[in-house]
Ligand binder design. Structure first.
Ligand SMILES: *[C@@H]1O[C@H](CO)[C@@H](O)[C@H](O)[C@H]1NC(C)=O
Ligand SMILES: *[C@@H]1O[C@H](CO)[C@@H](O)[C@H](O)[C@H]1NC(C)=O
Ligand SMILES: *[C@@H]1O[C@H](CO)[C@@H](O)[C@H](O)[C@H]1NC(C)=O
Length: 579
């Protein structure tokens, strides 16, 4: 790929004079932290953090900055990093903030895999086709004592990696050899100067960083120098972006990246949390927001980042389109998955908690066959490695303030402990489960909220029939769980509610809620295996639909064309052309 001549001409002519647009944040709703984005040939590409979930480091592609297609995962094969996943017991280690860049036909994603002992943790992946998982290389690994690597090429072609601190090292992108670390800047005094990105413009090297920690005090600050190694002079306007100390619905704004569109306009992405100043209920965690960027017209040449709000107005967006290559779903699409094709691929937006053991999840004529994991969602018996391999969970990001998720389950537990069901899952320590189990030989529903367990007998006449389990949010602060016969929704029984605060922060302050299914024999058996003869669980008719997206404490994004069919409902609703 190369920049088209149209791109070059538009850039030379300066920003196009099209009317400004309005749009709504977040542009990547659901758990999408630490976004890094770039634009190539009129298409935007972003990568976000995934920690221990797998596949990791999703690539989203868009031509209009609003409709984002999930086109690949950078980390998609166990063999890319043999053993790393299963050697990571902690819930919030793994793939930290990555940077995506493009140069001479190659996409680069650089990241640090945190806390895997005795291995180089810096990882640099390359691809010539980000629409194809297989195109992402095995990584070049490198020693990375600091998180959040950036990647920047200077005019002489030398590649530099800036990391937390903030420090700079030259890097050989073929071998992973690193030069000596040069300290660049400590930031303006906030804790954790991190998430650096370097840009060159008008003879200055701009070093944009995050500081203040990733919670309420988060902020973006910037400094610049005439030489890449410094000395760096901070902007007089720091922090150049933050919602710290504000009453805004969008809090924790920080960890940003800047890029230009094909018309030459500057934009930025950052993470933010839809928590309001109370910062108590935010089950989707840190999401990706978009903001217009201008450069001060007073000759001082510092960037001005437009404050992050739910409804934004700024540069004309490229015309809306879903004409993006690749075969993944758009992030805001509903799920309509039946898993009926034997051996069919698992949809790209469904993820596991670490690399799953081989054969645990298989599409069959009977639906998605899930081999029961020996460990419960919470369990870590037997040390990290078997525990990591023995959790059977698959889920998708909660991408909407309000939603309905349901799935049909065929499962007949034969022994105590055998369980299959649905879960709203933040970490192994914070999740809400509704499962089908045996209690004194009676098939029962078990609703488990933080160890508070409520069981109720499966109604008479349901034995041997397909059961539909449902998780729903009718207000953004509470999950409701229910069950019904798949063949008759009128049989619905409400089985419990749980506060979204249980899935906000705490043991999962870096991650966000996943909605999905699990199956376990709750510790019976040996090693990673449940006892011989343990039945599999079959899930089919997996449905997820967004029912509302809050952009302030009280307002939801207007929805147009509702009912027009799969994936169409938000096509234009995220935009109204601000004429
Ligand atoms: C950062 O702070 C340390 C400790 O105060 C100081 O020694 C160092 O010179 C500072 N680095 C830069 C680049 O200003
Ligand atoms: C259009 O958006 C840009 C970027 O946010 C802003 O600088 C400019 O003032 C806006 N123009 C109008 C007419 O609102
Ligand atoms: C309920 O969930 C907690 C974790 O939240 C777990 O420790 C416990 O074992 C579960 N109880 C049952 C009966 O599954």
């Amino acid at each position: 790929m190369r920049l088209s001549s149209g791109v070059m001409l538009a850039a030379l002519a300066g920003p196009a004079a099209a009317a400004n647009s309005t749009y709504y944040n977040p542009i990547l709703p659901g758990w999408h932290s630490d976004p890094s984005c770039t634009q190539v040939d009129g298409t935007f590409y972003c990568v976000t953090s995934t920690f221990i979930s797998f596949p990791g480091l999703p690539i989203y592609a868009s031509k209009d900055l609003i409709n984002w297609k999930h086109v690949s995962h950078v980390w998609n094969r166990e063999s890319q990093l043999p053993g790393y996943s299963w050697a990571t017991p902690e819930q919030q280690n793994g793939m930290f903030a990555a940077t995506i860049r493009y140069r001479d036909g190659v996409f680069y994603v650089i990241c640090e895999y945190l806390n895997v002992e005795d291995k180089d943790s810096g990882v640099l992946f390359k691809s010539t086709n980000p629409y194809d998982d297989a195109s992402w290389s095995d990584p070049v690994t490198f020693p990375a004592p600091k998180i959040d690597p950036d990647l920047f090429w200077d005019d002489d072609g030398k590649a530099y990696v800036a990391t937390q601190g903030i420090q700079l090292q030259e890097m050989n992108l073929d071998t992973g050899a690193m030069g000596p670390a040069v300290p660049l800047w400590n930031g303006t005094g906030g804790v954790w100067p991190e998430g650096p990105h370097i840009y060159k413009r008008g003879g200055y090297y701009y070093l944009m960083i995050a500081e203040g920690g990733t919670a309420e005090d988060h902020a973006i600050t910037i400094a610049r120098a005439k030489s890449i190694t410094g000395p760096y002079t901070p902007s007089p306007n720091n922090p150049i972006l933050t919602n710290r100390g504000s009453q805004e619905y969008f809090q924790t704004v920080g960890h940003g990246d800047l890029f230009q569109d094909a018309a030459g306009n500057w934009w930025g992405t950052a993470l933010a949390t839809r928590s309001g100043p109370e910062y108590k209920s935010y089950p989707m965690g840190r999401e990706t927001v978009l903001f217009p960027v201008t450069w001060a017209g007073d000759g001082s040449d510092w960037p001005i980042l437009q404050p992050v709000r739910g409804k934004m107005s700024g540069w004309a967006l490229p015309p809306p389109t879903r004409d993006v290559p690749g075969d993944g779903p758009f992030n805001s699409d509903p799920d309509v998955y039946d898993f009926k094709t034997k051996g069919g691929a698992i949809p790209r937006n469904l993820v596991y908690w670490r690399v799953p053991r081989e054969g645990a999840f298989t599409a069959t004529e009977k639906g998605l066959q899930v081999v029961l994991g020996r460990n419960s969602l919470a369990g870590l018996p037997g040390g990290p490695e078997p525990a990591a391999k023995a959790i059977s969970f698959i889920g998708r990001r909660q991408t909407d303030s309000l939603f309905t998720f349901s799935v049909d389950l065929d499962f007949s537990p034969k022994a105590d402990g055998q369980e299959a069901g649905v879960t709203a899952f933040l970490t192994q320590n914070a999740n809400i489960q509704l499962g089908v189990v045996l209690v004194e030989e009676q098939p029962s529903f078990r609703f488990n909220v933080s160890g508070q367990v409520k069981t109720s007998a499966v109604p008479k006449g349901w034995e041997g029939k397909t059961v539909r389990l449902e998780i729903k949010m009718v207000k953004p602060t509470e999950y409701t769980f229910s069950a019904m016969l798949a063949a008759d929704e009128k049989t619905r029984v409400a089985l419990g509610t749980a506060s979204a605060e249980l899935l906000s922060g705490g043991s999962g302050s870096f991650v966000g809620t996943l909605i999905g299914v699990y199956a376990t024999c709750n510790g019976a058996g040996e090693g990673i295996d449940c006892p011989a003869g343990t039945p599999n669980a079959y899930f089919k008719r997996w449905r997820y639909t967004g029912d509302g997206q809050y952009f302030s404490e009280t307002e939801t994004v207007p929805r147009e064309g509702k009912g027009k069919g799969k994936g169409m409902r938000r096509k234009r609703s995220m935009l109204d052309s601000g004429l």
